[in-house]
Design a protein. Sequence first.
Length: 574
Amino acid sequence: MLDSDYVLELLQENGFVSKEQVDEGWKKVAESDGDLDILDALKVLHYVDEQEIINMLAQQYGLETIDLSAFVIPDEVLAELPAETARQYQVVPVMLHDDILTIAMSDPTDMETVDTLRYLLKRDVEAVIAPAKQIQKILEASYGGLEGTVDSYVGSVDTSKLEVVQTDEDEAAKEAAKAANSGEDDAPIIKLVSLLIYNAFKLRASDIHLEPMEKKFRIRYRIDGALREMESPPKYLQTNIISRIKIMSKMDISEKRVPQDGRIQIEVSGVGLDLRVSTIPTTHGESIVMRILDKSSIQLDIPKLGFYTDDQEKIDRIISMPDGIFLVTGPTGSGKTTSLYAFLNTINKPNRKIITVEDPVEYQLSGINQVQVNPIVQMTFSNALRAMLRQAPNIIMVGEIRDLETADIAINASLTGHLVFSTLHTNDAPSSVTRLIDMGVKPFLVASSVRAIMAQRLVRRVCKNCMEPYKPSPDEIRLLHLDKDYLDSANLVHGRGCPACGGTGYKGRMGIYEIFLITEDMQYLIYNKESSDKLRAAARQSGMRTLREDGLRKAAAGTTTVSEVLAVTVGDEE
């Protein structure tokens, strides 16, 4: 891409534009809200045209110019440069003489492309300069244009089988999605975006990351908590792909300077998905993350989340209580929301009224009243919680306790006969007590209202297809304090890596849990403002299993690995 400031400097030095004309150009740029750069503005004002810029740059760099509109390129010359390479670098071959390939390009400052082509083609390459529009026209006419690019990227996948049906767009976008699913030739970008979503769903990805880099447009999927880089589409399709996703998400496609949020509701192979979409401007374009929320996954039974029988009995007892607060803690991405939804699903009965306030509403649950936080209209957690209490609910879920005001209302609700679920960001369960007190909640209120706190993490499950026995390394034995009894009795395994798990050795995830019950003894310690370390020691003495201990017993059962437990709980144990 041409450096506008450098070209502008050359235009002024060579007398093509005056200072007054440049000033007027900058005014035009300001009026366009960033849609025009200074060179575009000068062209719009007819102070300079593209051919003059090309001639000036060609003279500056000692290169020749060419008018492709009146130039016929022989087929044998076109065949010298692969279509994908021509599209990627936005060049066309125009002449072959004495084994020297002459290419037309629009940016004479980009000598790196010429060097790259010399390396790729293993021959000498020379450049001539032509307008970008002429080069694009030749690419479309000779190499199949955008449709050919998408087809080469999609490869052998039959896109007519991509059952991606848009359910929340305007009529025009619905028609476009219909065209993509029927494989029509006029919807290549729609087809490509549909394929990205379909592949993510097929690979069980939780997020799709589209990241503009200097030389490529990187696509990464988060699978089982780990990012995995996929084949990248050509860099020059970046703008088209981002625009398509922004249209699907009902974002402002003309706004590229500020972050935006949107949502896509679709069906893939008959499965309903919600995609939460966010954009953020970066140095090389807008970065997009699409978080995939599978509506069917919320129907999981509590045991499928990774609870063993003893822990499930504790959870059943807690969620059956008539009042009090049940807190779920852990870092972002540790599965807190999924656990809470599974609990709500279990107790969602016709004789109970359940209201949630969330930011955002991640899954839509049948039979439950869900409220979306919206600070623009003063619908904050605290304001929504106050309003919810006037609706006479039996059970309340607050997406997160972030401040003293929300904490006070939640505690008062629990003391007046409501069962309250919420989350906090703390490393372990006992630390949540300290966190609430640090917010300003009185210790006696914490002691009398909180019934239980559960900390959790997600660990990857060993792939059943390539599972094999495993002997821990000396470092793992030392860091996890594994004794001989554990090593002798445990069924330790790891995944060798196979096509079914993408060579990772893992497939799927499960939770490890630390359940802290607030007994009378704990209430006494909380009331006396004892430290989280003392609370933790007392809880351990009364039978609380730590995150690492729960992880190690699941590793011993052959469902995860000791290395995974170590990685996830590092820093959580003394």
